[in-house]
Design a protein around this ligand. Structure first.
Ligand code: GTP
Ligand code: MG
Length: 287
């Protein structure tokens, strides 16, 4: 029997969606992980450029803002269960716009309603945290506030990144008409802290603790609203390192992109199997 697992990949501008998609496809093709390709994918055109560039040891371009598509990837897990993964690819501004403009397009509405498996990509180094006395001394804050008071009113207030993330999740749940009176068991939520290699963390760091210390309000929101069995927090490094768009990385060319990339599991251990959290999300079993 084959199941259709429609994944809602949620990630803003430059959160790592395209490189993760390409590396995931390459791992599925290699057939060395928990999930593997059952037969050739009908078309990998959406990730063709990223796959080609990674093979040449270079990163690829930002996805066009209007792009919105998906590919159906026929996979099977270790027990032979057939899982057709529906994996999206789009320009990350679409997600940023949902929360900041309170606008959700019909195709995003449809996806949000249809998908019971959500993957949220958060690139912590790109998330602005609130100012405090250490990051911005009081006299500077005071002057800036006074200047802000003289600006037109609509510019005076900016949502914090945490509040925007929280608003985004609430909006998506609202579109599904999903009540949060009880802790959520559906949609299952996998949070991937992307570009983990660029974080100043040591080995065996627990991804959930990093999220709790960097975005405490958002972490509390997730813990308060999702059932423990339906929420997983992992670290993700699709590339293991920073690649340049114009200078090939010689090690990538020598060893191939499949030799790079890892997942940090909820207990802090690392695995090179990028398919593992997706496989577990699909079958609904905890990591
Ligand atoms: N260090 C490091 N950089 C990464 C990793 N994954 C992606 N990047 C870099 O992060 C940038 C954004 O990655 P993308 O995969 O293009 O992000 P995206 O979410 O598709 O972005 P949009 O197309 O703008 O929506 C690129 O310059 C990548 O080279 C990683 O695991 N580690
Ligand atoms: Mg992209």
């Amino acid at each position: 029997m084959t199941e259709n697992i429609n994944t809602l990949l949620i990630g803003g501008f430059s959160s790592g969606k395209t490189h993760f998609g390409a590396q995931l496809l390459a791992r599925l093709q290699k057939k060395s992980g928990e999930l593997e390709l059952r037969e050739a994918a009908p078309s990998v055109a959406l990730f063709e450029e990223a796959l080609t560039r990674l093979a040449a040891g270079m990163s690829s371009e930002h996805t066009a803002r209007q792009m919105f598509g998906d590919i159906k990837i026929p996979t099977a897990d270790r027990s032979g269960r057939g899982i057709d993964l529906i994996w999206p690819e789009y320009g990350g501004e679409q997600v940023d716009d949902i929360a900041s403009k309170r606008l959700i397009s019909p195709r995003w509405r449809k996806r949000t309603r249809e998908c019971d498996h959500w993957v949220l990509l958060i690139r912590l180094l790109h998330i602005k945290t609130e100012d405090d006395l250490v990051s911005r001394p009081l006299d500077k804050l005071y002057t800036e506030r006074r200047q802000a008071d003289n600006r037109p009113k609509e510019n005076a207030f900016n949502w914090s990144s945490q509040a925007l993330l929280l608003e985004l999740m609430q909006l998506l749940l609202y579109v599904r008409e999903q009540s949060t009176c009880r802790r959520l068991y559906r949609p299952k939520l996998l949070v991937l802290l992307s570009c983990w290699d660029e974080m100043p963390v040591t080995k065996m760091t627990i991804p959930g603790s990093v999220l709790a210390s960097e975005l405490p309000m958002f972490y509390s929101y997730l813990r308060a609203n999702w059932d423990e069995d339906a929420l997983t927090i992992c670290g993700l490094s699709s590339l293991s390192r920073n690649l340049k768009p114009d200078v090939p990385d010689p090690e990538y060319v020598d060893r191939g992109p499949e030799a790079f990339g890892y997942i940090v599991l909820p207990d802090g251990t690392e695995t090179s199997d990028l398919t593992l959290p997706i496989a577990r999300l699909a079958v609904g079993s905890k990591l």
